[in-house]
Ligand binder design. Structure first.
Ligand code: SF4
Ligand code: SF4
Length: 95
């Protein structure tokens, strides 16, 4: 069996892609029209752990320096990011 290639795993923050989604332009239909709540990040509480970035099912959370940002054009408001954030930096607010 071939050994796991450690070299293929990012070893530093700089090696992690800015986004888990495809490059801009792949998603063509904005879904903000039917979202009833939106996640809002409290940047003072955010510790940049990237868990929301990893767990967002739509890949709409991207790295912004040491923290993260949400693309509201494509966020569907599912709240998974809020559930996964261990420090409670994300709150769901009504549209
Ligand atoms: S899970 Fe919370 S603390 Fe971690 S990057 Fe996302 S908002 Fe910041
Ligand atoms: S609410 Fe859902 S779709 Fe929107 S950023 Fe959070 S996990 Fe992603």
């Amino acid at each position: 069996m071939k050994p796991f290639l450690r070299d293929s795993v990012p070893q530093t923050l700089a090696e992690i892609p800015d986004s888990t989604a495809f490059e801009a332009g792949y998603l063509v239909t904005k879904n903000a029209g039917w979202r009833s709540v939106r996640p809002v990040i409290d940047m003072d509480r955010c510790v940049g752990c990237l868990q929301c970035y990893l767990y967002c099912p739509d890949g709409v959370i991207s790295r912004q320096g040491a923290k993260v940002a949400i693309d509201y054009d494509f966020c569907k408001g599912c709240g998974i990011c809020r559930r996964i954030c261990a420090v409670g930096a994300i709150a769901m607010e009504e549209e």
